[in-house]
Design a protein around this ligand. Structure first.
Ligand SMILES: [Cu+2]
Length: 162
């Protein structure tokens, strides 16, 4: 086998590997039976908690993470609870916060509601929450998913992972 031939054969094997990888990527991107273009979000909720309201039965914040392992963007458009009459979504900026009608959940990305950032505001408790309670939050997304989570009430100073 000549030196020239061996080199050509190696390059040929490299091209075949690249083509195989590209085929897998295309199959992944167009898989599923979701939207018109075949892309769909795939959502899970993690790390949810409600710090105990500073005033018994008063307004509380709510924090959670929405992970989207799917190939389409989505939006959180509504949060409600059988345990409270009012749940709203808020976006924090440097010095203010304002209520918003939707929060983005990017494809292959995360929506984080955490201290100092986006958060839920929860009011009108059916029953004064106490540490150790679990409260239901029902999340509605723009593309139709509804996810219910049981959210633990934590001490006011709780930080995830602590
Ligand atoms: Cu707020």
């Amino acid at each position: 086998m000549s030196r020239q031939f061996r080199r050509t054969a190696l390059i040929g094997a490299g091209v075949a590997t690249v083509l195989t990888a590209a085929t897998i990527l295309v199959a992944c991107g167009t898989g599923g039976d979701g939207g018109a273009d075949g892309r769909q979000p795939r959502l899970t909720v993690a790390d949810s908690y409600i710090p105990l309201p500073a005033t018994p039965g008063g307004m509380a914040a709510g924090y959670l993470t929405v992970n989207n392992t799917g190939s389409a963007d989505d939006q959180l458009i509504k949060v409600s609870s059988p345990d409270a009459s009012s749940v709203t979504m808020h976006r924090s900026t440097d010095s203010t916060m304002r209520e918003v009608g939707a929060l983005d959940v990017p494809a292959h990305g995360t929506l984080s509601l955490d201290r100092g950032g986006n958060h839920l505001m929860i009011m009108g408790w059916e029953k004064t929450p106490a540490v150790g309670d679990e409260l239901e939050l029902d999340l509605t997304f723009a593309k139709g998913d509804k996810i219910s989570v049981q959210v633990p009430v934590k001490p006011l100073t709780y930080r995830p992972g602590s």
